[in-house]
Ligand binder design. Structure first.
Ligand code: MLT
Length: 282
């Protein structure tokens, strides 16, 4: 794990691994109440890929900015890419990480060789969802983080998986309890405040990966599939036994989807890289 001190004094934790001579890394952004450790099950299956895993601001080892928000998180991702000297990346976010990836796509489309949305979507919150998040913020302000986190994670998994793998759910609860309560509350507010990103997908000039879980209680497959019609180039996967947590519930299929998508994006980038190199050597 490395730490980067951004120009605004924010400390962001990230890990960069794999072959560094690959033109664009696969950058992974975790979901709500988690940190980059959530990708651990996929790592043995993503060997050889140039990977960057970031703890989003307010989670894991990363500071919470003075003005938190999905926008500030997208800027933090951009700052890490700049620090690594990375011009293009394949940016894949899980759920809330997907909201950050979409905001990054809106602000910095020229930096993307591909966009991945894992159990995520471009729509803003419904009024009910906003209300539910406000209740969460209240619980956190009242010191009930342990209870909040214990209620959150079981519902993210397909019921059969949660029954058969209580240790996975419990490990996420334990880790969630160690996250900063302030960071969790700020993320809830950031999700309430975020806008709609259907236009970002309509305007995409890069391939977009969608991974959904048939038992996802947060992102219903039907609304996800409707969003997947928006980009010109979409690679769509439905995991038929998973809920919201494909990296645990359908590890191999999730890794395969990411790997194939990464290869596709790198292959599309290579002719551009070669043309750029040729132009520069004239
Ligand atoms: C997540 O896993 O990041 C959250 O479920 C996203 C959300 O609540 O919309």
């Amino acid at each position: 794990m490395k730490y980067s001190l951004l120009s605004n004094g924010l400390r962001i934790a990230y890990t960069s691994s794999g072959r560094q001579n690959i033109p664009a890394p696969l950058v992974l952004l975790h979901g709500f109440c988690e940190d980059a450790s959530v990708w651990a099950p996929l790592l043995p299956l993503l060997r050889g890929i140039r990977l960057v895993r970031i703890d989003l601001p307010g989670f894991g080892g990363s500071d919470l900015p003075l003005t938190p928000g999905i926008d500030a998180s997208a800027d933090a991702v951009c700052a890490i890419l700049n620090e690594l000297g990375v011009e293009h990346c394949i940016l894949a976010g899980h759920s809330m990480g997907g909201y950050v990836a979409l905001e990054f796509a809106r602000k910095y489309p020229e930096r993307l060789a591909g966009l991945g949305l894992l159990h995520s979507h471009p729509y803003e919150d419904s009024p009910d969802r906003k209300e539910n998040r406000r209740r969460g913020i209240e619980m956190l302000h009242n010191g009930k983080q342990d209870l909040y986190v214990a209620q959150l994670f079981p519902g993210l998994f397909a019921p059969a998986y949660a029954r058969e793998h209580p240790e996975v759910v419990q490990a996420l609860i334990r880790r969630g309890r160690r996250q900063s309560g302030e960071g969790i509350a700020a993320a809830l507010q950031a999700m309430i405040d975020r806008g709609d990103h259907q236009d970002t997908l309509r305007k995409s000039t890069y391939p977009v990966l969608f991974v959904f879980g048939a038992y996802d209680a947060i992102i219903p497959v039907e609304s996800g599939l409707a969003a997947a019609q928006l980009p010109d180039l979409a690679d769509i996967h439905v995991l038929d036994t998973a809920g919201h947590m494909g990296m645990f519930e359908s590890t191999e299929a999730t890794a395969r989807a990411l790997r194939d998508f990464n290869d596709l994006c790198i292959a599309r980038l290579k002719p551009f890289a070669a043309a750029h190199q040729a132009a520069n050597s004239k």
